[in-house]
Design a protein around this ligand. Structure first.
Ligand code: CMC
Length: 424
């Protein structure tokens, strides 16, 4: 399997250690460092900056070129020509569906959209002002107490059914977390609607009158789902893989992924961007915030800028910006002050040497919040929508992990605590 060999010499050790080097279909070669353990050595890579933790066929990112591929297909093409459920099929199966396969898949998802009626009782335990992400962590984890018919992780069919349930039920649970916070009745899913339309119906519909989703907004919502669907081994996906590696319940693993996503350095950035834009408030205040972001003594960062992998541009951000323009035009709010601040901020950051030298470009979260706000989605729901979209990525990686030979994830450490000593 090794295409090449690397030779490592270590001071104090005789001779070179030979390490296999593997080549993927795209991207950098990887050095197999496992033989080092036998020599009493570990590798050290806090933040996993240069560690390939697994082999995967699902998604590829070239951060220098600003390329994101799912099953080999560029994200721009998927956003333009495909739709979320088709991308779900692609991520789960590695190939785009035929027309017939797609019809079957869409129907299966539609047949799983309801959650067990008892799930609604879980919501009553939360305070009205509970953050919807807190509710999602709990309620998606709670799914592990239901659906015992699909919990054999070694059974490929069970894994598939589990994925269907998650894709179908996440919009229902997400909308329930919103309805609970505003004191409105939960809306049951409507299977005559498309995936994004149904989500908008459950969010904004009421039992009092029929809700007619605006097709432009539904399309924008679907595109937001597509753009967030997967992003290879990011913090939340790696969390799901690691939790899954112990053989844990899949719904509990997804709940762990939601928790990892919540932080502002990851999925929580979309909420943080909007809060930041509102705090800036006026174009005249931008310079002050840019200076704060550059000050090493100030923990403030420009939210929605920078990415661990993209060092050129985030291809998702370009599509998101175009979608943002369409949505604001459709709603007749092209002069939305927050958009003006966002565009000016982007322009300043793209020219400022601090951001240019560090290759800090707007990321996917920079424009998504403005679109979501325009659609009428409250800020606290932004990261929930990211979680809803990313669930397919998480479960595809979880499934890939269990479909191939695997072992529990167990990183090592550089121990710098006290040496062994006797208890006084
Ligand atoms: N504003 C100001 N300075 C920044 C920013 C920022 N948004 N991001 C990075 N830097 C600076 C950082 O201070 C450091 O400077 P120096 O070399 O002088 O110490 C340098 O750029 C490298 O930063 P880093 O923290 O080592 O980079 P990282 O790869 O560990 O972090 C990141 C990546 C996304 C967490 C970070 O860029 C960040 O905090 N961005 C803001 C939050 C955000 O928008 N997150 C969403 C990511 S995209 C959605 C997703 O996939 O979750």
């Amino acid at each position: 399997m090794a295409d090449k060999k690397a030779r490592l010499t270590v001071e104090g050790l005789d001779g070179a250690i030979e390490l296999p080097v593997y080549s993927g279909t795209e991207g950098p070669d990887v050095i197999d460092v496992r033989p080092l353990t036998g020599k009493g050595l570990f590798t050290y890579d806090p933040g996993f900056v240069s560690t390939a933790a697994c082999e995967s066929k699902i998604t590829y990112i070239d951060g220098d070129q600003g390329i994101l591929l799912h099953g080999g297909y560029p994200i721009e093409q998927l956003a333009d020509k495909s739709d979320y459920l088709e991308v779900c099929y692609l991520l789960l199966n590695g190939e785009l569906p035929t027309e017939e396969q797609k019809t079957v898949f869409v129907n299966i998802i539609k047949n799983h959209t309801m959650v067990h009626e008892q799930m609604s009782h879980f919501f009553n335990g939360f305070r009205r002002d509970a953050h919807p992400m807190a509710i999602m962590v709990a309620c998606v984890g709670a799914l592990s107490a239901f659906y015992h018919d699909s919990l054999d992780i070694n059974d490929a069919h069970h894994r598939e059914v589990c994925a269907f349930r998650l894709i179908a039920k996440m919009p229902t649970l997400a909308a329930m977390s919103y309805k609970y916070s505003i004191g409105q009745p939960f809306m049951y899913p409507r299977n005559d609607l498309g995936y994004a339309e149904n989500f908008l119906h459950m969010m904004f519909g009421t039992p009092c009158e029929e809700y007619k989703p605006n097709p432009v907004l539904a399309k924008a919502m679907d595109r937001i789902f597509v753009l967030h669907a997967d992003h290879e081994q990011n913090a939340s996906t790696s969390t799901v893989r690691l939790a899954g590696s112990s053989g844990a319940n899949p719904f509990a693993c997804i709940s762990a992924g939601i928790a990892a996503l919540w932080g502002p350095a990851h999925g929580g950035a979309n909420e943080a961007v909007l809060t930041m834009l509102e705090e800036i408030g006026d174009e005249s205040n931008i310079a002050e915030y840019v200076e704060r972001a550059k000050d090493p003594e100030d923990p403030f960062r420009l939210m929605g800028f920078g990415h661990r992998v993209y060092r050129n541009f985030d291809p998702r951000a370009k599509v998101m910006k175009a979608t943002c323009d369409q949505v604001l035009k459709e709603l007749g709010v092209e002069n939305e002050p927050l958009l003006k601040i966002a565009k000016r901020l982007e322009q300043i950051a793209l020219e400022d040497p601090y951001f240019v030298e560090r290759k800090l470009y707007p990321n996917v979260d920079f424009y998504s919040g403005i679109i979501l706000k325009a659609i009428g989605i409250p800020t606290s729901m932004f990261t929930v929508i990211f979680a809803l979209s990313r669930t397919i990525g998480w479960i595809s990686h979880w499934s890939e992990f269990h479909s191939s030979p695997n072992r529990i994830g167990r990183p090592r450490q550089l121990y710098t605590g006290p040496k062994m000593r006797d208890y006084p």
